[in-house]
Design a protein around this ligand. Structure first.
Ligand code: NAP
Length: 250
């Protein structure tokens, strides 16, 4: 990855949920493009390994810890990142959780946890970062899900949070367009990470059969889409949802 064009050289990126899975792959891709990367997870310790790996492929990287659902703590963290890395050009809202359950059995706590992390967490970061992004004419990429477009039995909380995130993306795109800030969403299908590891083998087989490209996705499939939207190819794209699902939602 060290030989790819460094079109993010001199830029500062924040990636939430960077400790593992899709977020780690995104952080590594952006670092390889030359960005300084703030790697955010629930604790700085959990994001430490990704930050170290980013520093090896790219430039500066610092690990940060915050619960994305905590509005004041996120605002403080965004200020800290700018002070330590020297600005803010790209925000990737990737942190997310599932608490799957059929509607009648879903607890209020499980609904709130998913919406507060996936949707409010992204809003927290966008709000805290938007002034700086307006100055830098930056980019925002929100990691949604195809489930936010199609719905899914057993995921009313998760699908609502991701559909909300798509609405947030389009609204922010309209609001910040005059300041040359582009805001898009990437909607992955089934990607092999810790999040999908718990799915039972039978359900996985059935899902696999429904994916026209005949394979599940890997984290880097999503990271490459983010890389595109963050780079020169994304300059005239805003308010869009880029589906990365091997055709699953067709
Ligand atoms: P993952 O492997 O479970 O990783 C989740 C990441 O989010 C971790 O870095 C975790 O940090 C962080 N996180 C969770 N809650 C947080 C909180 N309250 N505050 C800060 N960080 C928090 O998930 P993934 O599969 O890579 O998914 C990444 C994103 O893609 C999610 O938004 C997910 O909804 C979306 N997505 C995934 C798939 C898929 O098939 N995997 C499909 C569609 C969309 P810790 O390590 O500190 O817990």
């Amino acid at each position: 990855m060290s030989e790819i064009e460094q079109h993010l050289h001199g830029k500062v990126a924040v990636v939430t949920g960077a400790s593992r899975g899709i977020g780690r792959a995104i952080a590594l891709r952006l670092a390889a493009r030359g960005a300084a990367v703030a790697c955010v997870a629930t604790t700085a310790e959990r994001a430490g390994d990704t930050a170290q790996a980013c520093a090896q492929v790219g430039g500066r990287a610092i690990a940060y810890g915050v619960d994305v659902a905590r509005t004041d703590a996120v605002a403080e963290l965004v200020n800290q990142v700018q002070a330590e890395l020297g600005g803010l050009d790209l925000l990737v809202n990737n942190a997310g959780i599932t608490r799957d359950q059929l509607l009648l059995r879903m607890s209020e706590a499980d609904f709130d946890a998913v919406v507060n992390t996936n949707l409010k967490g992204s809003w927290n970061f966008i709000r805290a970062a938007s002034r700086s992004l307006m100055k830098s004419r930056g980019r925002i990429v929100n990691i949604a899900s195809v489930v936010g477009l199609t719905g899914n039995a057993g995921q009313a909380n998760y699908a609502a949070s991701k559909a909300g995130l798509i609405g947030l993306t389009r609204s922010v795109a309209k609001e910040l367009a005059s300041r040359q800030v582009c805001c898009n969403a990437v909607a992955p299908g089934y990607i092999d990470t810790d999040m999908t590891a718990a799915i039972d083998p039978k359900a996985r087989e059935a899902l696999l059969g429904a994916i026209p490209l005949g394979r599940t996705g890997v984290a880097d499939d999503v990271a490459l889409a983010v890389d595109f939207l963050a780079g020169p190819g994304g300059a005239y794209i805003t308010g869009q949802v880029l589906v990365v699902d091997g055709g699953l939602s067709l």
